[in-house]
Every structure is written in structure tokens, then in C-alpha cells.
Design a protein around this ligand. Structure first.
Ligand SMILES: Cc1cc2nc3c(=O)[nH]c(=O)nc-3n(C[C@H](O)[C@H](O)[C@H](O)COP(=O)(O)OP(=O)(O)OC[C@H]3O[C@@H](n4cnc5c(N)ncnc54)[C@H](O)[C@@H]3O)c2cc1C
Length: 276
């Protein structure tokens, strides 16, 4: 529930949505794009945000897209997590997002909302980083496209008011070999204390969330992961040494406990990929 008066609009196209956003901003009011709404409603209830207008993106064709275009899978930003999991176009994506919340909530949470949101977990980001997804964004100059790895550093670096429209993934990457593990404190439907995805193409790639205050893909850790002259325990030791300053403590788990879980995941993943 949002306990204040606000305007709600559901434009049919990106230009209209963008112009409404800018118009409200110019008047000194607070606009928000609305996708699944789960974060917006929670943050409003807690008094963390106070929207004057919600611009619902779910009527915009490009944002609703979920289809194959020659060599790519196009995922619109308002596609719900369940739609993506149920499509099973990519086992890597399905497996790494199907434990987010519960089924009812995943009907609401959207791919774009999870990636742009403020909460630290943003588990949808992991497969997008490792599969080198492109992000199509609607800006004041029209459409722009970036590799997500270029514009994701703790958060997606977009200009206020820009609209995340689609994620574009190469078909050939969708079903690469992968290893995924998600550790939770209490029940399966809980935020992760460590969630790690590994994908193997010519080398092993790794992305982590839950352990830190943001999702992370760290190229230096990946270099260590793939060093042929190191054995399994040396790889684990070096990566943990490198990443340990980033691990957090909170009411779910201490930093030390998270590090131990991460070590277990790293060991299991490396063994899965044949390292000893
Ligand atoms: C019970 C529960 C459990 C959860 N568990 C997990 C979990 O374990 N792991 C996890 O990763 N997540 C989890 N989530 C989801 C997470 O907490 C966020 O609520 C969710 O990701 C937000 O997605 P949304 O589609 O609802 O976004 P919204 O609430 O619609 O939007 C979130 C933010 O993104 C902006 N935005 C949305 N779409 C766009 C766009 N296309 N372009 C530009 N800006 C945009 C909005 O303006 C807003 O600021 C859980 C949520 C709930 C309710």
C-alpha cells in the first residue's frame, strides 16, 4: 500500500513514458517508473521514497518482449521472473532466478526492476553479467546499447530518467555448462547469504551476490580461477584473500560465516569443472 495521493499512468510507448518522467521532474516532483512494483511499494510503505507519479511500463511493447531474434534472445524489462523461468530458454538463467522469493511474488518481480532496484541482492544480474548481455536503454537521444559489464559497477550506471528497455543475449551462450549454488539462512524463500553462479565457455566465469552489498563479477578473481599452474586449494585461498574485504556481516550471517560458505561453493564448483 502507498499511503499518499499519487498519479498513476500507463503509457503505450517509450517516448511518452520518458516525456512524462521529465515533465514531472522539471516541476520539482518525484516520478518513478513502475515495473513489478514490489520494491516501490515496500520502499513507499517504509517512507524511504515518496512518489508523486508512477509511470507503469507494462503497456510498452518493447518492454514486454520475450522472443528470439536470429542469434539473440530478447528479454523485455517488464518480463516477470516466472515468465522467464517458465520459458526455460536458458537453463543458466532459469536455475539462477527460480529461487528468488516465492512463485506468487515472482509473478510480479520483473527482470528490469530487479536489475535497476536498490536492494543489494539483485540476483538476476548474475546470469546477465556472465552471459555478456547487452542492455538496450531509452535515453534523451533515443536508443543506446551497452554490454552490461561496461555499465554495471555495483549498480547499473544509467542517467536518471532513462528507461531500461531490453536485455539482449547471444543464443549460443544460453546453455553453456554452469554451476550454481545459493545459500540461505532460514528457508528457501529468503534472501541469499551467498549466491554464486559459474559459467564455462573458453574459461570459467564467476559472479557473486548476497555476500556483499552488491552483485559482483571480478575479472581478477576469474583470472585466478583459470590459472592452470595453481591447484584447487591455492585458487580458493587466493580468491578468498582478494575478495574477503568485501564480505559483509548482518543479522543473517557474519562475514566469517559467509566466507566459509563461499569457500565451500568455490571448492564444489572447481571440482565440478574438473579441477583438483
Ligand atoms: C518477498 C520478497 C522476496 C524477495 N526476495 C528476493 C531475493 O531473494 N533475491 C532478489 O534478488 N530479489 C528478491 N526480491 C525482489 C527485490 O527485493 C525487488 O523487490 C525487486 O527486484 C524489484 O523488482 P520490481 O520489478 O518489482 O521493480 P519495481 O519495484 O517496479 O522497481 C524497482 C526500481 O527500479 C526502477 N525501474 C523499474 N523498471 C525500470 C526500467 N525499466 N527502467 C528504469 N528504471 C526502472 C523503479 O523506478 C524502481 O526505482 C524479493 C522481493 C519480495 C517482495
Amino acid at each position: 500500500m502507498i499511503s499518499k495521493d499519487f498519479v498513476y499512468v500507463k503509457p503505450e510507448n517509450l517516448k511518452e513514458a520518458y516525456e512524462i518522467y521529465k515533465d514531472y521532474e522539471k516541476k520539482g516532483l518525484t516520478p518513478f517508473y513502475y515495473s513489478g512494483g514490489t520494491e516501490i511499494v515496500t520502499f513507499s510503505r517504509k517512507g524511504l521514497i515518496s512518489p508523486d507519479i508512477l509511470i507503469d511500463l507494462k503497456n510498452i511493447k518493447e518492454c514486454k518482449d520475450l522472443y528470439f531474434d536470429n542469434d539473440n534472445l530478447i528479454i523485455g524489462s517488464t518480463v516477470s521472473l516466472n515468465m522467464l523461468v517458465d520459458s526455460n530458454y536458458s537453463k543458466i538463467i532459469s536455475k539462477s532466478i527460480r529461487f528468488i522469493a516465492d512463485r506468487t511474488t515472482r509473478n510480479k518481480i520483473t527482470v528490469g526492476g530487479n536489475v535497476v532496484g536498490q536492494l543489494p541482492f539483485r540476483e538476476v544480474v548474475l546470469p546477465l553479467l556472465l552471459l555478456d548481455s547487452k542492455v538496450r536503454i531509452y535515453t534523451s537521444e533515443g536508443f543506446k546499447e551497452f554490454n552490461i559489464n561496461e555499465i554495471f559497477d555495483k549498480n547499473l550506471k544509467i542517467t536518471k530518467g532513462d528507461i531500461v528497455v531490453q536485455f539482449i543475449l547471444k543464443k549460443e551462450f544460453l546453455n553453456l555448462d554452469f554451476y550454481y549454488d545459493r545459500k540461505v539462512f532460514f528457508s528457501r524463500v529468503d534472501y541469499p547469504i551467498v549466491s554464486t553462479l559459474f559459467v564455462k565457455n573458453t574459461s570459467i566465469k564467476m559472479a557473486i551476490t548476497g555476500a556483499f552489498n552488491f552483485p559482483l563479477r571480478d575479472k581478477e578473481s576469474e583470472d585466478i580461477l583459470n590459472q592452470k599452474d595453481l591447484n584447487l586449494s591455492e585458487i580458493v585461498k587466493k580468491i578468498v584473500e582478494r575478495l574477503s574485504p568485501l564480505f559483509k556481516s548482518d543479522f543473517r550471517a557474519s562475514k566469517e560465516y559467509r566466507i566459509e560458505l563461499f569457500k565451500i561453493i568455490l571448492n564444489d564448483a572447481l571440482r565440478y569443472f574438473g579441477r583438483s
